[in-house]
Write a new protein. Sequence first.
Length: 440
Amino acid sequence: MKPKVMATINIKQLSSTETNFWSELDQLLAWDSVSDDKVFNTVRDIIARVRKEGDKAVIELTNQFDRMSVTDMGELKISSEELDAAVKKIDKETYSALQNAAERVRQYHDKQRTESWSYTEADGTLLGQQVTSLDRVGLYVPGGKAAYPSSVLMNAIPAKVAGVEEVVMVVPTPDGIKNDLVLAAAKVAGVDTIYTIGGAQAVAALAYGTETIPAVDKIVGPGNIFVATAKSMVFGKVGIDMIAGPSEIAVVCDGKTDPDWIAMDLFSQAEHDEDAQSILISPDSEFISKVQASIETLLKDMPRVEIIQASLSARGAFIKVKDLDDAMDVVNYIAPEHLELSIDDPQSWATKVKHAGAIFMGRYTAEALGDYCAGPNHVLPTSRTARYSSPLGVYDFQKRSSLIMCSAEGASALGKTASILARGEGLTAHARSAEYRIKD
């Protein structure tokens, strides 16, 4: 029996010509991802316990939260035989799709690799940059009701392309139930080690290490509020990718695309959870009405109808703009995670977009293609952080060291400048260190 669906969904209607538009848009976009005191205190205590007790705490917390009954860390490690068995359980069509997606993600990220460089000045001084990969990375993968093999590919493959020697994956398995597709994705992506643990205890184990689990240099991957809070609390001890908010999509349409397509594109993010945000921006008010009608027609057939309905009612919006130039101003303010330009000449309009996690150009480019197999990474900045941050990529798993090698002549010339500036700052040892190398 299908859930009851409201005859009409009350989606917010905004107009960029209204005097209070920008304040209303601010209210629509507002999202507070900060943990409450209860979550913060719980996570803090878990991290402290794992730091103190190591494996013992990880085992006990895993048994408590995931309804397990393990007694040894060896029971929480996935063997190579289990990985091979998981691959064999996947039907050929699904496994082929997994391999195809992995290869496309790998090819795309190959282009992102940065190489070391240097140049030599006329006096023989060499300056440059040496690029190296991180040694070990931790990958958090949600478990339980959520199973995201695509996230395994999107996080592990860039790390391997960057040259990371060891990728340690953690994935909770409530009641001991393991997801074969997630394990198969780990095999395809080249994950080195997998532990069936999750929550804040998994993040703490990756950050600080235990007797069994090695400490990593960076933790990436999505998780619930406890995982996100734990990542924020261990940041500094290790690097993290980001603290992600709910999924978002903004669709700019000139009114020439099938309204059913646009409605389903909005659904594609709304079905994630009740806090997801789906926004349609268009200069055509009649088209907006058509999309509204499509939503009401198509919604009743969606398996996740209640989630979509709640998401669109709480955080969805139709924004009427004057024209496409006006639409781009709105887009750049929203700085959406996913942006669809379902318009004529989308490549030209894309040059006007300053802030967006990923830009999907043209009427045939559904955002869902980027989630799985187009090639670019689907780990994207949310909650307007695209104003200053970028999609996850190979560069997140590489770091840079500056190279400086002075010739005698170069050291003498630079020493004079350094001496003056150092003495101006009152740092005599700095100045004299440089002055020792100045030629008479």
